[in-house]
Structures are given as structure tokens and as C-alpha cells.
Write a protein that binds this ligand. Sequence first.
Ligand SMILES: Nc1ncnc2c1ncn2[C@@H]1O[C@H](COP(=O)(O)OP(=O)(O)O)[C@@H](O)[C@H]1O
Ligand SMILES: [Mg+2]
Length: 246
Amino acid sequence: LSHDLRTPLTSLAGFAESLEKTHPSLSHEQAEIAEAIHSQAMRMNSLVNNLLEMARLQSGDVKLTRDWHSIEEVIGSALKSRENILSGHQIKITLHDDFPLLEFDATLIERVFCNLFENAAKYTPKGSRIRIDAQISGNDARISVSDNGHGLAKGSEEAVFEKFTRGEKESATPGVGLGLAICKAVVEAHRGKIWAENLEAGGARFTFTLPLPAVRPPLLCRVTGVVPRLAESVAPVISPPLDATV
Ligand SMILES: Nc1ncnc2c1ncn2[C@@H]1O[C@H](COP(=O)(O)OP(=O)(O)O)[C@@H](O)[C@H]1O
Ligand SMILES: [Mg+2]
């Protein structure tokens, strides 16, 4: 079923992209239409992915494919795959050089980041700043994605994680209210927690924890230089912690 739903959307996006690149080049108006088809197909693709993922997570038999991963690498792939919607936003990653490898299902945790990045881009004005911080707190790795947008409606900090729950103002913004429910299901399957809060300075912060493994990762696994190359617009600035500016 997932194949039947995904394939036509992927082709649609691919065809629209080829159309944008045809020679002689399209008129301005035609190019805009081709781009609109492309971006709507990509959007539909992301909705379908979320619906399928939620169905799978709810079926109760999610088998985590746990392995040792660098969180930096997963953040990098998520940024890369959401490059389009993140362009125009400033991204800043604060992650200590010797942040340990963690044991998790990389595909699922990447989806958590993708959903949080999508929201941070979707619910904030263009040019807004998105911050990703990772630190160790007690027996947990604590990872947060914050933005400097308008923040969450007062009192909705827990409800936003429920299935099909959307902000009242969001009817004009595409979405079905599954992004955060998926994040919660994935994080809880890893025995972590996820919560949301509004920042005093404005904007929302989503934080999730992943328990630190009881055993140390095999030393040979340490991967270096892992953030894939990104377009200039979303190139992350990796800086040492302590720098508190958003
Ligand atoms: N970064 C954010 N800033 C403000 N509101 C947000 C943010 N992220 C999520 N929300 C609110 O939480 C709701 C639920 O988010 P989500 O589960 O991802 O569903 P969707 O994005 O499809 O609406 C959104 O409709 C929005 O009202
Ligand atoms: Mg969302």
C-alpha cells in the first residue's frame, strides 16, 4: 500500500522538476506553475509519509532498528532533506565535539527532526532563526529545536502532541496535525520524553530526550565530518555550547 501511495507522488514531483528545467526555458508564468506542482507534490508526499508512519507506529509492532549513530549525522540528513522549506531560515546547531554516539533507530529519529524542522519553518515568519541544541543531562541526551516565531497558543503545549490536533489559526497552513504525534510515538518507543514550551524571548522550543546507553559504544564507531554538505542557506553553524544567542 505504501508503495502505491508514494510512487505516483514521487513521479509527479520528478516530472514537475524536469518540466522546470526544459529547454527552451518556460515562460515566467509556466515556470511558476511547474514549481507549484512540484512543491505541492512534495507536500503531499510528506503528508502521506506521516499518515503511513502513524499507521505503522500505531499498529503496535514497531521494531526499532537500533544502532549506534552520531546525532550530528542524523541532524545533517534531516536538514538536507528539508533543504527546500528551510531555505531562508537561519539554522544554528550547538553540539559539543565529543557528544557521545547514541543507540537509536536513525530513520525514525530523522523523521522526528524533519517534523520539528518543518514546523519551525512553517509556523514562523521567513528569515526566522532555528536552533538545534544537544546536551547531556543526567542519564539522558537532551535535544531541542527552538525557533523565534510566535510560539504555541497558550495552554496548548500538551495538546499539540495529540493526533490530528492543530492550532486554531493553522487552517490556512497545510498539515493534518500528525507531525508531533509521530514525534511523540517515536521518542516514547525509544523510552524518551518529548515536550513543548514557549520561550520567554518569543518562539517555541521542542525538547526530547533519549536515554544514554548503559554500555559505551564501540570506540571504532566514532564517525567524523558527518554533516553532509548543505546549500548555503541552510548550512549549519556548529559552535561549542555556552553561546546562548538564538
Ligand atoms: N514551531 C511551532 N511554532 C508554533 N506553533 C507550532 C510549532 N510547531 C507546532 N505548532 C502547533 O502545533 C500544531 C500541531 O503540529 P503538528 O502535529 O506538526 O501538525 P501540523 O503541522 O500538521 O499542524 C500545529 O498545527 C501548530 O498549531
Ligand atoms: Mg507539522
